[in-house]
Ligand binder design. Structure first.
Ligand SMILES: Nc1nc2c(ncn2[C@@H]2O[C@H](COP(=O)(O)OP(=O)(O)OP(=O)(O)O)[C@@H](O)[C@H]2O)c(=O)[nH]1
Ligand SMILES: [Mg+2]
Length: 308
C-alpha cells in the first residue's frame, strides 16, 4: 500500500520535497537562512502560509531544544511536525480514516459534490468498489441528470464495481432521482447509497440551491441523510480549491474531502493547507484513474510516502 502511494506521489516528491532535500544537501549548517529558505519552499509548494510558518516554528524549537547542528538531521523533525499538524487539525481522519466505510447505519447515504471535472463520478466508482470489498451492498444514484453522458459514465462505473444503479431520464429533476434512489435503498435493504451530482461552480447560487434541495429531499425520507457529504477536490487546482471548498462547506455542510489526481500533480502539498485552513478532514485521496486508485487518507503514510 505505502509502496504504491510512494510511486503515485512521485511528482510532488520531485517538486517541493525534492527542493527541501536539495537545500539540506547544499547547506549543512543550521541557521536563519536555512529556515527562511525552507519556509519559502513550503509556501511555494502549496502548503499554505499558516501551515508553513507553524511547521518551521515547530522545527526551530526542536532544533534549539536538542542542540542540533547539522541540517541533515532536521528532516525527521519536518516529517513529525507535518504529521502532528495534520493530525491535530484533522482528528477524524486520523483516528480512523476509513470510519465511514464501517458505519453500521443502514442505508448509509453519501452525497458527492464538487466543481466540474474534479473526479466525482470516478471517485464514486472507486468508493463503491471499496464498500463491496468490505462485504457491503451498494446502490448508486444518478442524480447528475445534466448530461446523458453523465448517466452513461456512472453506469460504466456501476458495472466495473458490480453494483446497482438508480437512474432516470437526462433532464429529470436531480432531487427526484435522489429521492427515488433512497426509497429504493430502503426497500431493498441496501447498506450504502452514493448519490452522484452534477459538477457546478461554487459561485452559481441557483446550482448551489439545487444541491440544498437534494439534501432536503433526502432528509424527508431519512432524517439524518445524507450522513456524509463528500467534496471532491482536484489537487491540481492548488490554492483555488480552498475557495471552492469554503463555498461548498457553507452551502451544504461538507463532512469530508476526497482529494483527487494527486498522482498527476506536483501540488500534493495542498493537503496541508486544506487541513490547516479549512479544518475539514481529508478522508480519501485519489491517485489514478483505475478502480483501485483510492486510499483512505492517513497522515503518517502520506508524509512517509512523500519523503520516501
Ligand atoms: N490521474 C487521475 N485522474 C483522475 C482521478 N480522479 C478522476 N480522474 C480523471 O478526471 C476526469 C474527470 O473525472 P470525472 O469522474 O468524470 O469527474 P466529475 O467530477 O464526475 O465530472 P463532472 O460530472 O463532469 O463534473 C476523468 O478523466 C478521470 O479519469 C485521479 O485520482 N487521478
Ligand atoms: Mg460526474
Amino acid at each position: 500500500m505505502v509502496k504504491t502511494l510512494k510511486q503515485k506521489l512521485s511528482k510532488t516528491r520531485a517538486g517541493f520535497i525534492g527542493k527541501v532535500n536539495a537545500l539540506i544537501r547544499s547547506q549543512q549548517d543550521i541557521n536563519d537562512d536555512l529556515f527562511d529558505s525552507l519556509e519559502e519552499i513550503m509556501i511555494s509548494g502549496d502548503l499554505g502560509v499558516d501551515f508553513s510558518l507553524k511547521l518551521i516554528e515547530d522545527v526551530r524549537k526542536k532544533v534549539d531544544e536538542l542542540g542540533i547542528k547539522k541540517s541533515e538531521n532536521i528532516v525527521r523533525f519536518i516529517k513529525s511536525a507535518m504529521v502532528k499538524t495534520l493530525n491535530s487539525n484533522c482528528q477524524s481522519s486520523v483516528s480512523d480514516p476509513g470510519a465511514l466505510l464501517k458505519s453500521e447505519i443502514k442505508p448509509y447515504v453519501l452525497m458527492i459534490v464538487g466543481v466540474n471535472g474534479t473526479g466525482k463520478t470516478t471517485s464514486i466508482g472507486k468508493l463503491a468498489a471499496m464498500y463491496k470489498k468490505t462485504g457491503k451492498t451498494v446502490l448508486l444514484s444518478a442524480a447528475d441528470t445534466f448530461r446523458a453522458a453523465a448517466l452513461e459514465q456512472l453506469e460504466i462505473w456501476a458495472e466495473r464495481a458490480q453494483v446497482e444503479i438508480i437512474r432516470n431520464q437526462p433532464g429529470a429533476d436531480p432531487a427526484s432521482v435522489a429521492f427515488d434512489s433512497l426509497k429504493a435503498a430502503i426497500s431493498r435493504n441496501v447498506d450504502v447509497l452514493i448519490v452522484d451530482t452534477a459538477g457546478r461552480l461554487h459561485t452559481k447560487s441557483n446550482l448551489m440551491e439545487e444541491l440544498k434541495k437534494i439534501r432536503r429531499v433526502l432528509a424527508k425520507l431519512l432524517l439524518e441523510a445524507p450522513h456524509e457529504t463528500l467534496l471532491i477536490m482536484d489537487a491540481t487546482t492548488g490554492q483555488n480549491g480552498l475557495n471552492q471548498a469554503r463555498q461548498f462547506a457553507q452551502a451544504v455542510g461538507v463532512t469530508g474531502i476526497v482529494l483527487t489526481k494527486l498522482d498527476g500533480t506536483a501540488r500534493g502539498g495542498i493537503v496541508f493547507s486544506i487541513v490547516k485552513e479549512l479544518g475539514i478532514p481529508v478522508k480519501f485521496i485519489g491517485i489514478g484513474e483505475k478502480l483501485e486508485d483510492l486510499e483512505a487518507f492517513n497522515a503518517n503514510d502520506f508524509v512517509e510516502a512523500l519523503f520516501a
